[in-house]
Design a binder for this molecule. Sequence first.
Ligand SMILES: Nc1ncnc2c1ncn2[C@@H]1O[C@H](COP(=O)(O)OP(=O)(O)OP(=O)(O)O)[C@@H](O)[C@H]1O
Ligand SMILES: [Mg+2]
Length: 605
Amino acid sequence: MTTTPASAEDRSDRSAVRVLLRLWPYVRPVRVRLFSAAGVAIVASCTGLVIPLVLKWMVDGPVADRDPAGVWLGALYLLLLGLAEALLFGLRRWLVARPLSRVEADMRADLYRRLQRLPVAFHDRWPSGQLLSRGTTDLMLLRMFLAFPLTFLLVNAVTILVGVVILVLQDWTLGLVLLGPAVPVMVTCVIFERRYAHVARLAQDQVGDLTTVVEESVLGIRIIKGFGRHRSQAHAFRELTRELRGTELRKAGLLATIWGVIVTLPELSIGAALVLGTVQVADGNLSAGTLVAFLSTALALRWPVESIGFLLAMSQEAATATERYFEVMDETPEEETPFRGAGNCATSPHAPAPDNDGIRFSTVSFRYPDAPPDSPPILEDIDLHIRPGESMALVGATGTGKTTLTALVPRLHEVTSGHITLDGEDITAMSRKTLRALVAVAFEEPTLFSASVGENVLMGAEHSAGQPELERALAVAQADFTYALPQGTDTQVGEQGLSLSGGQRQRLALARAVVGKPRFLVLDDPLSALDVHTEAAVEAALRHVLADTTALIVAHRPSTVLLADRVALLSGGRITAVGTHHELLRTNAEYAHLMSGADHQGDER
Ligand SMILES: Nc1ncnc2c1ncn2[C@@H]1O[C@H](COP(=O)(O)OP(=O)(O)OP(=O)(O)O)[C@@H](O)[C@H]1O
Ligand SMILES: [Mg+2]
């Protein structure tokens, strides 16, 4: 099962090396350390290869001559060589540890920044667990790869090469016997690589799916418990873990196969060389010291050869991780510069002074980017003018596209065609920063972050905003309850803090929207969770605030609609009527129907 949007592509011809080369920009700053570390490791590893040569000197010299002093001297040499090897490997570790955690941190920061800048349409498409696993497991795999397999594939290759030269120089016939398995081992490695790449990708995608399920079941724990769904949820989780386990077992199976080949074949050739060498020594064609040196060199090469299997496996996993990382990084973020070119101010011909024009939708159509191309647009030919200082309620049956329409103003989604202008300026001609400073929003789902009440609210204002602004916004939103919280407005809320009621959260989201005294305010059903009395109080305060703010407010209840100067009715993706609440009640049957189902307290006032 592959659920990543990008994993559906055919990747059969991908080269691990080419993929891994994409890491270079991140590795570049630490390249000196990394290369020195590799150099040190090569020296260390080759130091190990000198040990057999000292052994040879000992066996053919002091041992044959029965010279104890010489043997002691040889032992001292061996000790020093061993110490040097250990120290050099220690130095390597010290060289790489710090810079590589920096590489990991940099990549993680870049990923996070990119995720923040990617459009809402991207986040609609990608499961959050897939993103989470890329920022955690995959980056950890990459750091491990840079720390270990990258260096050791090089170190081992050099060591094996030097070792083979030493072997052939000692005795070329025995050397050839040892080299015999080289070709079959290489072929196995190539086949292994290709298969392992596929399974590694599958496993990493499955970890992403699993993360999504865990995340959903934690966030949706109330639903799961409320509906007694923990059994089926646990079942879904077990299914996924079973699949992941199957994939991991396939990985282990592949590793076991290559390990078997890589260990067995060289062992067999060492055995053959031992027999052949002993015969030669018995015949007097070979010195005992040479045979000892030969065999200990061969044994010293065992680890570099055997480790190739898992080094290749780790490299494949790193290539997969790189691929998954760059799948996100390659997505196009929201452009910082206007994408239709500045100066494209699409004001309609009858627009008065364009510098104080309010919000204007001109023949706006919208279709979600992931919708099938032949489906009808959600919004079609929307022409709507909200005059400066006016507040306009947007009413429509559920699912008609009210939320979608509001999301177009702060450019959370891009209009498919048409223009939206704020005071005569096309929103696509402004930088997003300017646009989002002009427009404040509150959505149906009030989201609070793990921070204090004050921080959550002040998020909607400039950095200079402080206690007075906070208190004013809380007063408008009728959020006096915050002062009664354990630490007042310093109380931590959000996922890591105190749980608030739906209506409390809504009022904080509303306070966040109004705290910056925005020129334009877009509210998506902001009072739905409040009781009528609180709603009336919020309305009275909002009227005050809205006096010089141009506002678009999605509303379902007549009481909320009454807050607005005029009402626009959205029906079938079009604005079918605009007027005051009472006008529309009289003249528009659909509007009257929509409002009659809710409550009539609006009419009574
Ligand atoms: N991210 C999305 N991708 C594709 N289609 C979407 C997306 N979000 C919403 N839709 C579809 O767009 C249509 C309008 O949804 P929208 O949320 O704008 O309705 P709404 O008028 O706000 O409804 P409600 O009153 O229930 O809040 C729905 O049919 C919905 O299925
Ligand atoms: Mg909605």
